[in-house]
Design a protein around this ligand. Structure first.
Ligand SMILES: C[S@@+](CC[C@H](N)C(=O)[O-])C[C@H]1O[C@@H](n2cnc3c(N)ncnc32)[C@H](O)[C@@H]1O
Length: 283
């Protein structure tokens, strides 16, 4: 075990030391926080596959180096892309590479600090940075990206924000996160809950994409089961009594959930539309 852990630990220390040195040498907040190490092409391909990049996507690579991820997204998957790098030499290389690949109509490269980059237009963000930088970026990604947007990081994770998927390519690790909709709070359905049409409310707690909670019917609290939140798609199962299954599936849009509930009782199954609205406390 030590054989693997010590070299890895030393590698992290060296990378951090190089960053500190580079920051001191170049001075100030605009110095690169991360040294330039390009992602191998096979790993780039897998990152884009994992994010399921399509021509509808706008991909941002934060710290884009020679632009290979943005260029591959445009060339191989038809996406549009923006690469951001603090180092002017990297930006010149990226622009020359885009020209050579014939994708200058779909990509642009900006020389700027990744922390000063507005990410609201991005549907996919790729990273090959450092654990500390990923952590600094985490709240920005969760705040600026729309639910369902994907974040893919080569090699480094996001601490207690667990990835939705992890893939290995040789010695390289790739992590995928899907930006979750914000669902925490109390939700009230204007129409009563099936099958007995009792008024019901939904109480949800959330940490990133992990959601738990209860459905309150007639003063009873029924725990939610099989809860799944992926982007804006939300699903859970409730068993109000024996042999009665209610499966709720909804799309979350701000303070409204719209979908349906599937009711399975004994041998019959049927569906009913379902809508819920988040209550805002007046306190
Ligand atoms: C490990 S390389 C990754 C390059 C590319 N994304 C890839 O995967 O091939 C990190 C890149 O981040 C850039 N960088 C470091 N600090 C930055 C900052 N504060 N803002 C923008 N780019 C930065 C470096 O210049 C370098 O090109």
């Amino acid at each position: 075990m030590r054989r693997f852990v010590y070299p890895l630990f030393l590698w992290f220390i060296c990378i951090e030391a190089v960053c500190v040195w580079a920051q001191e040498q170049l001075g100030g907040e605009h110095a690169p926080q991360v040294p330039y190490v390009p992602t191998p092409h096979a790993v780039v391909e897998e990152m884009l596959r994992l994010a399921k990049v399509t021509p509808d996507d706008v991909l941002y690579d934060l710290g884009c180096g020679d632009g290979r991820i943005v260029i591959a997204a445009a060339q191989r998957f038809g996406a549009r892309g923006v690469g951001v790098d603090i180092n002017p030499q990297r930006i010149s290389e990226a622009q020359a590479n885009a020209q050579q690949a014939g994708v200058t109509d779909r990509v642009q490269f900006l020389q700027q600090d990744l922390f000063a980059t507005d990410l609201h237009a991005a549907t996919v963000v790729t990273l090959y940075l450092l654990p500390t930088v990923n952590l600094q970026l985490r709240s920005i990604l969760l705040e600026q990206l729309k639910p369902g947007s994907r974040v893919v990081s080569h090699e480094f994770h996001m601490d207690d924000w667990r990835p939705d998927r992890t893939v290995r390519v040789g010695d390289h690790k790739i992590y995928l996160w899907v930006i979750p909709a914000q669902v925490a709070g109390d939700w009230v359905s204007p129409q009563p809950c099936p099958p007995d049409l009792q008024p019901c409310t939904l109480h949800l707690t959330q940490q990133f994409q992990q959601v738990g909670g209860v459905l309150r019917i007639e003063g009873r609290e029924i725990p939610l089961m099989n809860v799944a939140l992926s982007g804006d798609r939300f699903r859970f199962v409730v068993l109000p009594r024996e042999r009665l299954w209610l499966t709720f599936s909804a799309q979350v849009d701000g303070d409204t959930m719209t979908g349906y509930v599937e009711i399975e009782e004994a041998t019959t199954t049927y569906r009913q539309p379902w809508v819920a609205r988040r209550q805002h406390s007046s306190v």
